[in-house]
Design a protein around this ligand. Structure first.
Ligand code: ATP
Length: 196
């Protein structure tokens, strides 16, 4: 049975913390494929510092180019309205009826998981692998995962890095070359994204 890792997010922009997680989770969980799925944000709902669907998708593509078994999907961006994980999973189940799905999410996402739209249905379709984003979050994560049932915690060294941090540094004109792959930084500069 094919095992898919599914990693969704705004990726505004994708950064080295995301990429480190993609590599480590693939290694630990031996996925046959890993799908990276940037969210859809309808233009009229987009906050000012949110890059367009197209730009965020393109930056993800550039970042994972050449990575084995990693696929970028525009499934959510092609659908109308807000991205709901359950709808994405239902589409994937339809496309790949025999596959196993594991949703990857950081501690921040796992903590709010039981408020997600139809979260119990999500747990019927997928396992969850959660990971810390900061030192010392593991005990809390283990407790939360045990309460949900079909969730487990994977040990990935957290890189204390966020897209918010990257955007703030770019706005201040600071060097972010250590936080993003060169191709993504080049794209940001060419397109003039995240300027003050
Ligand atoms: P923002 O700062 O704009 O909220 P973010 O850096 O948290 O962005 P998202 O695109 O919102 O990134 O996150 C997508 C997924 O990546 C989430 O599951 C989130 O927990 C995870 N993630 C974010 N930063 C890291 C990191 N440094 N290491 C591992 N996973 C991360």
């Amino acid at each position: 049975m094919e095992h898919f890792g599914i990693y969704g997010g705004t990726f505004n922009p994708i950064h080295n913390g995301h990429l480190h997680l993609i590599r480590e989770a693939s290694r630990l969980l031996s996925f046959d494929r890993m799908l990276i799925i940037p969210t859809n944000i309808p233009p009229h709902k987009a906050p000012e510092d949110l890059a367009s669907n197209k730009d965020r998708l393109e930056m993800v593509r550039l970042a994972v180019e050449g990575m084995d078994k990693v696929w970028v999907s525009d499934l959510e961006q092609r659908s109308k309205g807000r991205s709901f994980t359950i709808l994405t999973l239902e589409k994937l189940r339809f496309l790949f009826p025999e596959s196993r799905f594991t949703l990857l999410m950081g501690a921040d996402m796992l903590c709010s998981f039981d408020h997600w739209h139809r979260w119990k249905d999500i747990l019927r379709l997928a396992d969850i692998a959660a990971f810390a984003r900061d030192e010392g979050e593991e005990a809390m994560l283990e407790k939360k995962a045990a309460a949900l049932g079909r969730a487990k915690v994977i040990r990935v060294e957290p890189l204390p890095l966020s897209s918010t941090m990257v955007r703030e540094k770019l706005r201040r004109g600071e060097d972010v070359s250590g936080l993003l792959p060169p191709a993504v930084l080049d794209y940001i500069n060419r397109k003039g994204l995240y300027k003050a």
